[in-house]
Design a protein around this ligand. Structure first.
Ligand code: AP5
Ligand code: MG
Length: 193
């Protein structure tokens, strides 16, 4: 199977690129952020817990998110050619847990794609989206908090995958098509070295 992680700061284009990758390579797109927003919409137990963290731009606690992903993998894995994980793992503990979750299913991560975009561009993209989105975290003070938390955790997660030789940085500025073409080249050369 082809199991990809796409990571990068808030607004770096994870969701936009994941949809294109999922379609081209027949992967299941799993965005923990989108799944949580859906849980909030239906006011489930997870949703009620997650809401207070998301609206403040903080991370939902590891144990909640890891248990949630375990259940999702039970449902979604094996029905596709692989998965594209968008926004998970976000902490070192989540990266370690993911290894175990995949190992017990005889699977592993193929590749991590890290979308590189500077903070100025990220804030501009998210403020633009705020005009049309109803996301509780698309407000300037919460956007700044999301960026701060991202920068606190990113190195640890990226280093985890660098050590496994699975880390690839992608220039995340340009048109959506240009970035997708960069990503496709990396994926294709990983599948057919
Ligand atoms: P999550 O939903 O993952 O949000 P995020 O990381 O803040 O990122 P976004 O979804 O805002 O941006 P994106 O990178 O997907 O970019 P997009 O394609 O939308 O997480 C939300 C919250 O949930 C977290 O803060 C946390 O509380 C919780 N959470 C989620 N996962 C968790 C985990 N694992 N552990 C703990 N807590 C977790 O693009 C952004 C905008 O830019 C769009 O308007 C888009 O149209 C535009 N755009 C895209 N590409 C380009 C381009 N090339 N040029 C110009 N504009 C572009
Ligand atoms: Mg997203």
């Amino acid at each position: 199977m082809l199991n990809i992680i796409i990571c990068g700061a808030p607004g770096s284009g994870k969701g936009t690129q994941s949809k294109l990758i999922a379609e081209k390579y027949n992967l299941k797109h799993l965005s923990t952020g989108e799944i949580l927003r859906n849980e909030i919409k239906f006011q489930t137990e997870i949703g009620k817990k997650a809401e207070q963290f998301i609206s403040k731009g903080q991370l939902v606690p590891d144990e909640i998110i890891i248990t949630m992903l375990d259940h999702i993998l039970d449902k979604e894995m094996n029905h596709h050619k692989g998965i594209i994980l968008d926004g998970f793992p976000r902490t070192y503990a989540q990266a370690e847990a993911l290894e175990k979750l995949l190992k017990k299913r005889n699977e592993e991560i193929t590749l991590l794609l890290d979308l590189k975009v500077n903070d100025e561009e990220l804030i501009s993209r998210l403020l633009k989206r705020a005009e049309i989105s109803n996301r509780s975290d698309d407000k300037l003070d919460v956007i700044r908090k999301r960026l701060e938390i991202y920068h606190q955790n990113a190195d640890e997660v990226n280093n985890f995958y660098k050590k496994l030789n699975k880390y690839v940085a992608i220039e995340g500025i340009g048109t959506v098509e240009e970035i997708f073409s960069r990503i496709s080249q990396v994926i294709d050369s990983t599948i057919n070295p």
